[in-house]
Design a protein around this ligand. Structure first.
Ligand SMILES: Cc1cc2nc3c(=O)[nH]c(=O)nc-3n(C[C@H](O)[C@H](O)[C@H](O)COP(=O)(O)OP(=O)(O)OC[C@H]3O[C@@H](n4cnc5c(N)ncnc54)[C@H](O)[C@@H]3O)c2cc1C
Length: 401
């Protein structure tokens, strides 16, 4: 491992790797370190649903950041999607990438009304393509009576997250980026305009620039970030192999499917079309895989009662990094560059904003983005060594469900 680099990137998920691709493209000697194996955070554990529309309404963004920022964020979402799709396609990254489309399913009548308003805003403010699906239209895509309707993002896609991450690693290595696993950045000091980063292996590295790309795995040794980006776990289960007929009797199409209720269930067929991958917020806290599996299975049975007899073969969880205004941010604090806070929606935005933070660190104008105007919010709720407020949020969410 070198003792001196131009750019040191902390975190080797999509954000860190894409930041490294941007800085190395400009000629900077770049090192990525990860406290685990790169990708062991969220970037190889996600559901592979590929889309970038903001999770909050245009009105909410406008009320927090003003109309100009709200318009710019909505305009940039399809641009981000095309940018990352181009990276995958131009570099021939084999990651089971498909133009599948994604449907957001309305759990209540009110949700459907809000969805229609959201669809109107998105299509008015950007080039994104959205169709409204009435309840009767849903039978083509999902076999259940549970939903009141939905909206179809026809440009959203699907991929295999691990293969995408592997592809980015190979791409970064081919561009001369160095990547080191199992090294944690413990502390950062600044002296004479240079950084020294102290590592878990007892060594240190000097760097001219630092980029933080730690999202939902940010530790409390970096309190400024830790108080603004907090981890919420997301859980995934995968069924046993199902027959063609059975699987089609649940999901007749190849759409990515996601719900509007606060359990935030999301589901799809596996890339080989043999299993159902079913994710959701089984808890706001870390619970055992057994407990999460049983809660997710109950939710599946609620949607499709015939799932009761089906076995679960695999389960896992990972941390999403949430912000108090539910938008990611690319910025700089005390001369440290960072991109984080993807709020569970990062297969497009984390690589995209990874590039942006890399360009920003190098003072390259391609780093310009509306996500530099979505300043991270500090909340007194999160003053402690752990985000204890999530315990209360967990109870509230489960009561609401
Ligand atoms: C279960 C699950 C399902 C999801 N499904 C979807 C989906 O379908 N669609 C979608 O768009 N998004 C989804 N997401 C979100 C998406 O995966 C993330 O937004 C994205 O991967 C974030 O990438 P990242 O590089 O910023 O963070 P990560 O991939 O989490 O990487 C952060 C890295 O930082 C490292 N790190 C932290 N601290 C240090 C330190 N001090 N020193 C060194 N290294 C450190 C960690 O080890 C980790 O590898 C999901 C997330 C989860 C957990």
């Amino acid at each position: 491992m070198p003792t001196k680099v131009d750019v040191l990137i902390i975190g080797g998920g999509y954000t860190g790797l894409c930041a490294a691709l941007a800085t190395s493209e400009i000629g900077a000697h770049t090192l990525v370190i990860d406290q685990a194996n790169p990708g062991e955070g969220a970037s190889t554990r996600n559901g592979g649903m590929f889309g970038a529309h903001p999770r909050v309404s245009w009105e909410k963004v406008k009320n927090t950041f003003g109309e100009i920022v709200a318009d710019a964020i909505f305009e940039e979402a399809p641009i981000a999607l095309n940018f990352v799709r181009d990276i995958i396609q131009k570099n021939k990254i084999k990651c089971d990438f498909h133009n599948s489309g994604r449907i957001q399913l309305a759990w209540t009548k009110d949700h459907f009304t809000s969805q229609k308003k959201m669809a109107e805003n998105i299509t008015r403010k950007s080039d994104a393509k959205i169709d409204i699906l009435e309840k009767k239209d849903l039978t083509e895509y999902i076999s259940t009576e549970k939903y009141y309707g939905g909206i179809h993002f026809s440009e959203h896609c699907s991929l295999n997250p691990k293969k995408f991450h592997d592809g980015l690693i190979n791409f970064a290595l081919s561009k001369g980026v160095q990547i080191n696993s199992n090294i944690e950045a413990k502390r950062i000091d600044r002296n004479n305009k240079k950084w020294t980063v102290f590592l878990s292996n007892g060594r240190s590295i000097n760097a001219s620039k630092i980029i933080m790309a730690t999202n939902g795995y940010t530790g409390n040794n970096f309190p400024w970030f830790f108080r603004r980006v907090f981890p919420i776990p997301s859980y995934i289960v995968v069924t046993e192999e199902l027959s063609d007929n059975f699987i089609r009797s649940l999901i007749p199409s190849n759409k990515m499917l996601v719900e509007t209720r606060s359990k935030h269930s999301y589901f799809r067929k596996s890339p080989d079309n043999k299993r159902i991958i079913f994710g959701g917020r089984a808890s706001m806290l870390n619970i055992t895989n057994e407990k999460a599996t049983s809660r997710l299975k109950e939710t599946m049975i609620e949607i499709w009662p015939k799932m009761r007899e089906i076995n679960i073969d695999y389960s896992w969880s990972g941390n999403t990094g949430f912000t108090f205004n539910q938008l990611p941010h690319v910025g700089r604090i005390n001369k440290i560059n960072y991109a984080m806070g993807f709020c569970g929606s990062g297969t497009v935005l984390s690589p995209y904003l990874g590039y942006k933070v890399g360009y920003q660190a190098m003072c390259d104008k391609r780093g310009a983005t509306a996500f530099s105007s979505t300043n991270l919010k500090f909340s007194t709720l999160n003053l402690f060594s752990k985000p204890y407020f999530l315990n209360i949020l967990d109870i509230w969410t489960r009561l609401k469900s």
